[in-house]
Write a new protein. Structure first.
Length: 191
């Protein structure tokens, strides 16, 4: 899947990223969120930086993950104009913020990366299990959304006992709630 994603032209990915941004802006789950946990996109992943900057201009607080041991912690991004100023190269060369982590219940929405997402919200990650451990501890009020291109959606992924699904998957084509029997509370956050 990583090779397939990389084989798409930069022009195609930029076009898809713009459509993702439009859908993200229109989605009530995003509109209601004030504190958003993002991922720092790298390589051919669905881009997040343009959305992070736009969210900042809208008055939303952005948080990025930092790897600590075998867990993720989210740290506020600090800015000078449109430039984040508290970032450094971290795990696998991905930019991570410096600073003090926040409690997970501070986050309204978490945007999750993946190589693929299935119709049940399960993801194929990069093999570290960081997001599965993170999602497992996420408070029920915090909405999780997988961000990917539509060709990264698959019918079903193999899963293991420790895999934790996201609640929504957003592509350039749509925002899809994930339906399954899971103990999340029924709320109107994303309606």
């Amino acid at each position: 899947m990583a090779h397939k994603r990389s084989s798409h032209s930069l022009r195609d990915r930029v076009s898809c990223d713009r459509r993702i941004g439009t859908l993200l802006q229109q989605w009530v789950g995003y509109q209601k969120a004030r504190h958003i946990g993002w991922y720092a996109s790298f390589g051919s992943e669905a881009a997040t930086w343009v959305h992070i900057r736009k969210a900042r201009l809208e008055g939303r607080q952005a948080y990025l993950p930092r790897v600590r041991g075998n867990h993720l912690e989210f740290i506020p991004v600090h800015w000078s104009g449109v430039t984040p100023i508290n970032l450094q190269d971290g795990y696998r060369g991905i930019q991570e913020p410096k600073g003090r982590p926040v409690e997970l219940d501070m986050l309204d929405l978490v945007v999750v990366p993946g190589l693929a997402f299935d119709h049940n919200g399960y993801r194929l990650g990069y093999g570290g299990g960081f997001y599965d451990r993170f999602l497992e501890n996420l408070p029920p009020k915090t909405v999780s959304v997988g961000l990917c291109y539509s060709f990264q959606r698959v019918r079903q992924l193999p899963r293991e006992d420790h895999d934790v699904p996201v609640r929504y998957v957003l592509t350039e084509a749509s925002v899809n709630p994930v339906y399954r029997s899971h103990p999340w509370p029924v709320d109107d956050f994303c309606r």
